[in-house]
Design a protein around this ligand. Structure first.
Ligand code: GYE
Length: 326
């Protein structure tokens, strides 16, 4: 009898204790569900080096406005040190919860990425990939630049079909960037399929004026050039000017292939100066903001979401240009 009473008291005590603890333990705060207006994005842009970049910047500014995102935009004017100091400023900015980076170069990021991680800032890469461990950033949203290079070589093969020699000159983007490295590597992977030889290769920093100057210098040395592989539209437009001023016909005596597909390249295709354009999509903001919001709400994302892109030909340029957004 006594034993039963004792057992009952013990059970009662245990029960009270449990209730007591639960009453004492504060109910766990439900996790905050972030919405776009909760996002404060520190955006580090490369600079403003041409049509593609202008479209990319506009995509981020306009989409942030539409979604009610607080965007702190920084233009690094194509200086890596500016990007690094802006990155640290955004880490120190308590308001900022997401840092978006368009990296000028692939290397030099691990230290600041670790600082961002320690400070609880999410980092999303847009446009350009970097060489850093994947666990140091949420995801990379951008193009398959190597694939753009491979496509460019195969299209150049078609343009030079039947040509006795296939001497191609390459106008390269800014040294150290993933876009320049990967496009060049992709082109070299496929150029052997039709015996293309890269006889000259030099950076023109994505710039029309520099593209013109570099092409002028090459044409002063030799006119035994059958094709130009310009890693972006602006450099190709500069090369076309130099070819014209050398008394040759761009798009005919020397074929030109560019990458990006901005409106300027379409107009040059219509004018007959450029033959083929490989697309690179700059309108990445909606995907980037969506990814950042998912990550803020605790979702794990694939590390790379490649953009879908096409190839455009001079013959179709007039019809397609009116449909283009940039
Ligand atoms: O091709 C060029 C720009 O990173 C994909 O940068 C981008 C490149 C683009 O300056 O026009």
């Amino acid at each position: 009898m006594l034993r039963n009473k004792l057992a009952f008291v013990l059970v009662l005590l245990a029960g009270l204790l449990l209730v007591g603890c639960q009453a004492a333990a504060p109910a766990e705060e439900p996790a905050k569900v972030y919405t776009y207006p909760d996002m404060v994005v520190g955006f580090i842009q490369t600079g403003s080096e041409g049509g593609w970049r202008a479209a990319n910047t506009a995509s981020f500014k306009e989409t942030a406005e539409q979604l009610g995102i607080n965007l702190k935009f920084y233009d690094a004017q194509n200086h890596m040190e500016n990007q690094l100091s802006a990155f640290r400023n955004f880490i120190a900015d308590e308001e900022v919860n997401v840092i978006v980076l368009a990296a000028l170069e692939t290397t030099g990021w691990e230290e600041v990425l670790q600082e961002a991680k320690d400070a609880g800032k999410l980092v999303v890469l847009e446009d350009r990939r970097i060489d850093a461990p994947e666990d140091m950033y949420v995801t990379y949203i951008g193009s398959d630049f190597a694939e753009e290079g491979r496509k460019s070589a195969l299209e150049m093969c078609k343009l030079l079909e039947g040509s006795e020699s296939k001497n191609v000159v390459e106008l390269v983007g800014n040294v150290g960037s993933s876009a320049a490295k990967d496009r060049g590597q992709g082109f070299r992977e496929k150029m052997g399929e039709c015996g293309i030889e890269i006889v000259k290769s030099q950076t023109a920093n994505w710039d029309a004026t520099e593209g013109k100057a570099v092409m002028e210098a090459w044409l002063n040395e030799t006119t035994d050039i059958q094709g130009v592989f310009a890693q972006n539209d602006e450099m190709g437009l500069g090369a076309a000017q130099a070819i014209t001023e050398a008394g040759l016909n761009p798009g005919d005596d020397i074929v030109i292939l560019t990458v990006d597909a901005t409106a300027g390249a379409f107009r040059a295709m219509i004018a007959g100066d450029i033959n083929v354009v490989v697309e690179c999509n700059p309108l990445l903001a909606p995907q980037v903001y969506e990814a950042a919001l998912k990550a803020l709400n605790g979702e794990t994302l694939p590390k790379w979401v490649p953009s879908q892109e096409g190839v455009f030909y001079a013959a179709d340029a007039e019809t397609i240009l009116p449909t283009r957004k940039y």
